[in-house]
Design a protein around this ligand. Structure first.
Ligand SMILES: NC(=O)c1ccc[n+]([C@@H]2O[C@H](COP(=O)([O-])OP(=O)(O)OC[C@H]3O[C@@H](n4cnc5c(N)ncnc54)[C@H](O)[C@@H]3O)[C@@H](O)[C@H]2O)c1
Length: 249
């Protein structure tokens, strides 16, 4: 259980010391890629289901465990999920529905200043490929996975509106550690590519941006052709992507 002092300390105090940031799902593809690229003045604690080097154990469906880990931290970056557009309700329920709720409740209970939720462009994947999606677009998932991300966004909106914890939901596109091959990868994926260094920059911006309660942001690189508009995200968060799926390395 988080104490009153811990709540006061993290919500209201300006971070004068190193910023303490917890990552859930840190052992996954995005977590492993971005952790070494996050700001050097952050004190990052990676967590996942299984402890591996530098990552401690946290099952996000356990509320007591979440509170124990979130006590006194400035921000929680919630990556843990089943990221599978084909996944069944039974597979999605524990992490993508219940788990994100437990993470949000624990973050509020611990007075975490900023909760960053990994949403997905699958939250709007039923929008035609011919239409560029914008952050103001309402959820239009094309699969159940996308619907769980829409749930995460709704949860974030509720937390942002009713508690001191502010929330940024990142509609992440197509994350790939390497620049995708424009000759073989479909345009739908190329135009949604998010590179590792832009993913780290997006998380930095989502954690450090001030003066917001709830924001949906688009998470793609500075691709020449963009599945998702970036103007509002760049303006609201100060996100500065540099990579382009169509640019030669
Ligand atoms: N990779 C992409 O292209 C992409 C695109 C859009 C959104 N996202 C979202 O970004 C996040 C990270 O994606 P990723 O590609 O790194 O996924 P990943 O599957 O590689 O990593 C997810 C991690 O979450 C952990 N996890 C699952 N259930 C958990 C639980 N109950 N408690 C604690 N940890 C648990 C897993 O062990 C895994 O390490 C996910 O929320 C995903 O939905 C990813």
């Amino acid at each position: 259980m988080c104490t009153a002092n811990q709540r006061f300390g993290s919500v209201f105090a300006v971070t004068l010391t190193r910023r303490r940031v917890v990552l859930t799902g840190a052992g996954g593809r995005i977590g492993r890629a971005i952790t070494p690229l996050l700001p050097a003045n952050w004190d990052v604690q990676g967590t996942d289901l299984t402890a591996i080097e530098g990552i401690s154990t946290l099952d996000i469906s356990n509320p007591d465990a979440c509170r124990a880990v979130f006590a006194g931290v400035d921000a929680v970056v919630h990556l843990a999920a089943i990221p599978d557009p084909e996944a069944s309700w039974e597979r999605l329920l524990p992490a993508n529905v219940v788990g994100v709720y437990q993470v949000a409740q624990a973050a509020v209970s611990c007075g975490v200043r900023r909760l960053v939720l990994a949403s997905s462009l699958h939250a709007v994947s039923a929008v035609s490929d011919q239409t560029q999606v914008r952050v103001g677009d309402p959820p239009r998932p094309g699969n159940l996975y996308g619907a769980t991300k829409a749930w995460a966004e709704a949860l974030g909106a509720w937390v942002g509106a009713t508690t001191p914890t502010s929330v940024v939901a990142l509609r992440i596109g197509y994350f790939s550690p390497q620049r995708p091959d424009a000759g073989t990868v479909p345009t739908r994926e190329l135009s949604a590519w998010l590179s590792p260094r832009d993913a780290a920059e997006l998380v930095r911006a989502a954690v450090e941006a001030v003066g917001l309660t709830f924001v949906v942001a688009n998470g793609i690189s500075a691709n020449r052709y963009r599945r998702a508009d970036l103007e509002e995200t760049m303006q609201q968060l100060g996100y500065r992507p540099v990579d382009d799926a169509w640019q030669s390395p």
